[in-house]
Design a protein around this ligand. Structure first.
Ligand code: DQA
Length: 146
């Protein structure tokens, strides 16, 4: 039996406090529940999801550098960093394996500052607006890509 495909699932700031955010936008799962959901969905398609969250731009960039070195595919919800972090964009651009941007909400249907993603242009694609299912759909897309 071949080993499960490893996928790094990175999450940016404030997603650790999902349960305290607006549930009409982000749904009712807390981050631990979202993590279990992603791990379960990954296992169903023979992937192993390494789910991480950080509020620190530095830590996220370090994880992206590691993913680049190990050629690990990445599913990435950059959260608010999506809209302005050129440092994260540059780190994403150096990845060697596919990267899919995900969002729980649909930023295009929200405030204007969320309509810009500095990440989308260096990602294979973006899946947004389907709540936790954005991650499930990204896993399925990743499976096709690799
Ligand atoms: C988000 C959308 C971002 O605009 C926001 O800053 C987040 C979460 C999402 O998953 O819908 O923190 O990335």
């Amino acid at each position: 039996m071949s080993a499960a495909t490893k996928v790094l699932v990175l999450n940016g700031p404030n997603l650790d406090r999902l349960d305290l955010r607006d549930s009409s936008i982000y749904g009712s799962m807390n981050f631990a529940e979202l993590t279990s959901f992603i791990e379960r969905e990954a296992a169903l398609i023979d992937c192993e999801a390494d789910v991480r969250q950080s509020n620190s731009e530095v830590e996220i960039i370090t994880w992206l550098h590691e993913a680049s070195d190990s050629k690990t595919p990445v599913i990435f919800n950059p959260a608010a960093f999506t809209h302005y972090s050129y440092a994260i964009r540059d780190a994403v651009a150096m990845l060697k394996a596919p990267i899919i941007e995900v969002h729980l909400s649909n930023p295009m249907a929200r405030e204007e500052f969320r309509h810009t993603s500095v990440i989308s242009g260096v990602a294979q694609g973006t899946i947004a607006g389907f709540g936790p299912h954005s991650y499930r759909l990204a896993l399925l897309a990743m499976k096709e890509l690799i």
